[in-house]
Design a protein around this ligand. Structure first.
Ligand SMILES: Nc1ncnc2c1ncn2[C@@H]1O[C@H](COP(=O)(O)OP(=O)(O)OP(=O)(O)O)[C@@H](O)[C@H]1O
Length: 223
């Protein structure tokens, strides 16, 4: 589902963020992306979201070569990639329902389908009863689950998460990880960038480890 082939990303002559990174993630696989601060994790995620383009090598998602993608097709590709951020980037002047509905509204989905799909997503993260609330009224863990519902509401085949449990205590973090596991079980490919060593070790999943832009572990499948 995701393939990096000898990917190098150089921002300028002093900053090479990724060096010849190669790996593959299969459909339904869940893996962690780890490494020190500045190792290149965010850069790798940005290449997948087509926020940056590689300097060399190929990034392929679902058979699409992202580096050859014309600009006008970028929004289309982004619909296939759900993204969860640490600070969940919710809008506090809208209800939980409206926050989750946003990606569908952008796509022009009918109001009936929006209602059905938003409620299905909220149900999955256990927040169906809170759809009319403002995200400000929710706990940090609940807010993060709203962010996850929004990321999966259009059923993307790929889910990326950048430090999704950064502000949460261990129990809430475990809940969030349980959700990600459930998505992977229904075929979503999940890649989670995280510093949380205890959590990652508890999950016992494949770890892609970056060190100064090089993939030093986890590049070969066989988890
Ligand atoms: N837009 C940019 N322009 C120039 N250099 C950049 C840019 N973005 C990142 N870098 C550099 O690329 C390297 C990798 O950064 P990146 O943000 O990918 O690391 P990271 O592993 O995500 O770090 P962190 O865990 O702190 O978020 C760093 O040396 C950084 O300074």
């Amino acid at each position: 589902m995701i393939e990096f082939r000898q990917v190098t990303k150089r921002y300028d002559s002093d900053h090479t963020a990724l060096r010849q990174v190669s790996f593959q993630l299969e459909r339904g696989e869940l893996a962690f992306l780890t490494g020190h601060s500045g190792a290149g994790k965010s850069t790798l995620l940005k290449l997948l979201m087509v926020m940056e383009r590689p300097t060399a090598g190929d990034v392929v998602v679902g058979g699409q070569h992202l580096n050859r993608l014309p600009k006008r097709q970028i929004p289309y590709i982004r619909r296939h990639i759900g993204v969860v951020f640490q600070n969940h980037q919710l809008l506090f002047d809208r209800t939980v329902f409206d926050n989750v509905a946003m990606p569908l509204e952008v796509m022009g989905v009918s109001p009936t389908d929006i209602g059905r799909r938003v409620r299905a997503a909220l149900d999955k993260v256990g927040l169906l009863k809170k759809e009319k609330m403002n995200p400000m009224q929710l706990s940090g863990g609940e807010q993060q689950r709203v962010g996850i519902a929004r990321a999966v509401v259009n059923k993307p085949p790929v889910l990326l998460a950048d430090e999704p449990t950064g502000n949460l205590d261990p129990d809430l973090s475990a809940d969030i990880m349980h959700l990600f596991t459930q998505f992977s079980q229904v075929g979503v490919t999940v890649l989670i960038a995280s510093h949380d060593v205890a959590l990652i070790n508890a999950m016992d999943r494949r770890q892609l480890t970056l060190e100064q832009g090089r993939l030093i572990a986890g590049g070969h499948s066989g988890h």
